[in-house]
Design a protein around this ligand. Structure first.
Ligand code: MN
Length: 241
């Protein structure tokens, strides 16, 4: 139904999967990991009306892609969707953390000059810094924290600065993930797959599998599957309006 964070261009057969996604989902946000990937992906998917391609620079690859920063900055005004951007403070990416902050902040600063952007944001092991930067550039638009896995304290701060959350089946499987989801305002949650990296039933997850969170959300919220679906559809309408 809805997938608010997928790497459609990174599947082995992206053209076929995008066509099927466009047919099955009412809305899909295809994030990209670099501005050049955004350029190519936008061309490939431009005819698919239910798919939007977001302009991104993934924190895990900033050292290779920092040279493409100017492409992002030049295109922020012409695209409404920005992502995947953010910070990754896990040990593997700690060495590029200063550069990650510089790039993330530069993107947010430019978004805040224009406003009205929708941003899909990575915050693994960096929730506290991500949230402080989001609150510093609160005019950027609507930040959507994807696969949030930080502390409850930082979650409360994120909620206070009007963050949205995209939530996937992998996240909701763990006890800690479910506890976080239960604390998120239900009018600011959207489904995501994070495919093809995340898995679903032992294969790379597909964009149409994101909606399987409907079952767990109904359980957490005490709502019927139909009510849950209506909440998610209404959330989509509100974030896009
Ligand atoms: Mn991702």
């Amino acid at each position: 139904m809805i997938d608010f964070h997928t790497h459609l261009d990174l599947y082995t057969n992206p053209v076929e999967i995008a066509a099927e996604t466009n047919r099955v989902n009412i809305f899909t946000l295809a994030v990209t990991t670099s501005p050049r990937a955004w350029q190519a992906t936008s061309r490939y998917f431009s005819h698919l009306r239910n798919i939007q391609v977001a302009l991104g620079l993934h924190p895990e690859i900033v050292s290779e892609k920092a040279v493409e920063l100017s492409i992002i900055l030049d295109n922020i005004s012409s695209t409404r969707f920005i992502g995947e951007i953010g910070l990754d403070g896990s040990p593997k990416h700690r060495s590029t953390y200063a550069l990650q902050i510089k790039i993330f902040e530069e993107i947010l600063r430019n978004c805040s000059k224009i406003g009205g952007r929708i941003l899909s944001i990575h915050s693994r092991s960096a929730a506290s810094d991500v949230v402080s930067l989001i609150s510093k550039y609160s005019n950027a638009g609507k930040p959507v924290l994807h696969w949030y896995s930080g502390s409850q304290t930082d979650l409360n701060k994120a909620i206070d600065c009007d963050c949205w959350f995209s939530v996937g089946p992998s996240m909701i499987k763990s006890k800690s993930g479910r506890a976080l989801v239960a604390k998120m305002p239900r009018n600011r949650i959207l489904p995501e797959s994070d495919g093809p990296f995340a898995t679903f039933r032992n294969s790379p997850i597909m964009p149409w599998d994101a909606i399987s969170i409907n079952y767990e959300l109904s359980d957490i919220w005490g709502t019927s599957m139909l009510e849950t679906e209506q909440i998610l559809r209404s959330n989509l309408r509100i974030i896009l309006e």
